[in-house]
Design a protein around this ligand. Structure first.
Ligand code: NAI
Ligand code: MG
Length: 344
């Protein structure tokens, strides 16, 4: 028996950090079934060479895998004809409807508890990311519009994912992030649907407490008192923004992992992008990607393997002598990887 893992490094530092995650998985030995890695293509650079950002073969191969790791894609901020982000497409194709992003500070505060220990549970298939944008010329200049899709089905399943996750955590506290004072129809539906989740399975979520917070003040409170948050469940765009913001609180985007999860597949992915400013310099922090591998394995039930990776990473971060420049260190990517592997 083997564990078939699709690897999609894609662009920029994705190509530096995905091999790091692979090395960490290989270091686990018999804690997991023998891994079999499948290298797959996607990304903007591929698009510029071949005209395709996400080849059919990549999607087909992923469907044959047990799980996957995705690096990052570079996306031009101007519209390029024929190009659309492969990661957004993949989340849709594989119905990976939840993006789960744990943000945890490693260094404990004086009370001994990490001051940031939260999970952003981001809806991954709709909201403004359906990318239905149009532009027209009017007598007052151009006018652009975007569709924001919120469905009851997607809100319910992400809500359910958030409550299920809350049950596994000591505090069991869910905060619903929305802006229904302004967007009362779309965010109103999201909020109401997530709130109704516990009522559908009476008894199951009795221990979970529910709060809600408007997205703007949620970011404010996140910076002032991050310890109030446990699970933050949010529509796609807010979840994207909040998780990058939360990453700042724990030191670097280079530390924060995620998984894209559906009912039948899981794909690990660092929260950061392709970081063109540091790509090719061998200083990308591999930790977000390595932790994404651990999250992926944890979701598949390989708890011991996941723990070994996470503990090794925590030790390296706590020790603080082998770190990449984003964390104030002087080490190269491969030196951090070596330090982690030694501890695994
Ligand atoms: P980014 O996350 O790539 O970089 C933001 C800042 O954080 C940069 O200064 C970068 O050097 C630093 N950083 C990020 N990851 C790091 C790591 N592992 N180690 C050390 N430093 C790290 O976001 P940015 O610059 O806004 O976007 C760059 C490109 O990435 C864009 O084309 C964007 O579309 C794409 N992107 C792709 C994502 C994905 O594939 N899921 C997510 C976010 C952005
Ligand atoms: Mg983002």
């Amino acid at each position: 028996q083997s564990l078939k893992i699709g690897l999609v490094p894609a662009d920029g530092i994705g190509r530096e950090v995905i091999p790091a995650a692979r090395t960490a998985i290989e270091a686990l030995g018999s804690d997991i079934p023998k891994p079999q890695f499948i290298d797959l293509l996607a990304g903007f650079e591929l698009f510029t060479k071949t005209g395709t950002a996400l080849p059919e073969e990549t999607i087909a191969a992923l469907r044959e895998c047990d799980c996957a790791l995705f690096g990052a894609v570079s996306s031009p901020s101007k519209r390029v004809t024929g190009y659309s982000s492969p990661i957004v497409a993949l989340r849709k194709e594989l119905d990976l409807y939840a993006n789960i992003r744990p943000v945890v500070s490693v260094a404990a505060n004086p009370s001994g508890k990490p001051s940031v220990d939260l999970v952003v549970v981001r809806e991954n298939t709709e909201c403004l990311y359906v990318k239905q944008e149009t532009i027209i010329a009017t007598e007052n200049g151009r006018e652009a519009r975007a569709v924001r899709l919120i469905t009851e089905r997607a809100s319910r399943r992400i809500g359910r994912m958030a409550f299920e996750l809350a049950l596994t955590r000591p505090r069991k506290h869910v905060t619903i992030i929305h802006k229904s004072n302004v967007l009362s129809v779309t965010d109103g539906l999201f909020r109401e649907t997530v709130r109704a989740v516990p009522r559908q399975e009476p008894g199951k979520f009795d221990d979970v407490t529910i709060a809600e917070q408007l997205v703007d003040s949620a970011v404010y409170r996140l910076f002032r008192e991050p310890e109030i948050y446990d699970i933050m469940v949010a529509p796609n765009l807010y979840g994207d923004i909040i998780s990058d913001a939360a990453a700042a609180l724990v030191g670097s985007l280079g530390l924060v992992p995620s998984i894209n999860a559906g009912d039948n597949f899981v794909m690990g992915e660092p929260v950061h992008g392709s970081a063109p400013d540091i790509a090719g310099k061998e200083i990308a922090n591999p930790i977000a990607s390595i932790r994404s591998a651990a999250l992926m394995l944890r979701r598949l039930g390989y708890i011991q393997g996941a723990d070994r990776i996470d503990n090794a990473v925590d030790e390296v971060v706590r020790q603080g002598t082998v770190l990449t420049p984003d964390l104030g260190g002087k080490s190269k990517t491969h030196e951090v990887v070596d330090a982690i592997i030694k501890r695994i």
